[in-house]
Write a protein that binds this ligand. Structure first.
Ligand SMILES: O=P(O)(O)OP(=O)(O)OP(=O)(O)OC[C@H]1O[C@@H](n2cnc3c(O)ncnc32)[C@H](O)[C@@H]1O
Ligand SMILES: [Mg+2]
Length: 200
């Protein structure tokens, strides 16, 4: 049995504005007041785990300890099949300290060209970790399957959205309406599991 989350204060343990916006949109129907890690000036821990779930737990636990409030963290990334699932857990690091995603997307295209790969299959993965100040934690994972397309298309999302075309869709995550992304995304799939376990 998962622990239920009281609709009191929750910290969103992410320093990524695009993610914080999406998580707030997903939380909105549940009447949960969320504060961002940035606004509480919470530390940005080093992501030293070797899995999405491990890094999500690390971020959620750090924020719950520092704030004394339940904390929700998201660790996510893009896995490209022909690149042996890179950039994967290193998706943020591929964009460098300046967080240049145009560069990171060009790097994906160059890496595929270098090995002459025609296989464009890819998936986005998201692990959401909910941690309480007493150390209890729950983790939920979701994925969105699709392919990578070049050149990048659309400026509505964040990160790698402009090169990700979900299976069965004609628009990339960067082009589509945010509500459509929420119907399909790795983050929304993980969030649905969290809702079923901890909010309903
Ligand atoms: O760790 P926090 O502070 O949450 O922020 P971050 O940007 O470092 O986040 P991650 O460590 O989880 O790295 C995931 C990377 O994958 C990218 N990514 C994750 N979800 C995405 C999505 O829905 N659309 C586009 N890119 C995404 C995102 O831009 C990040 O750079
Ligand atoms: Mg990070």
């Amino acid at each position: 049995m998962a622990r239920k989350l009281d609709p009191g204060q929750l910290v969103i343990a992410s320093h990524n504005a695009g993610k914080v916006r999406e998580i707030n949109e997903l939380l909105a129907p549940f009447g949960i007041g969320a504060t961002s890690a940035a606004s509480l000036a919470l530390p940005e821990p080093e992501e030293t785990a070797d899995s999405f779930a491990g890094n999500a737990l690390l971020k959620a636990r750090t924020a719950a300890e520092a704030s004394g409030l339940p904390a929700l963290a998201d660790d996510s990334g893009l896995e490209v099949a022909a690149l042996a699932d890179a950039p994967g857990i290193y998706s943020a690091r591929w964009a460098g300290p300046e967080k240049d995603f145009a560069k990171a997307m060009a790097k994906v295209e160059a890496a595929l060209a270098e090995i002459g790969a025609e296989d464009r299959r890819a998936r986005f993965v998201c692990a959401l970790a909910l941690a309480w100040p007493d150390g209890h934690a729950e983790v939920f994972e979701g994925e969105a399957r699709g392919s990578v397309v070049f050149p990048p298309r659309g400026d509505r999302g964040f990160g790698y959205d402009p090169i990700f075309l979900p299976d069965g869709e004609s628009e990339t995550f960067g082009e589509m309406d945010p509500a459509r992304k929420h119907a399909l995304s790795h983050r929304a799939q993980a969030f649905a599991k969290l809702v079923a376990a901890c909010l309903e």
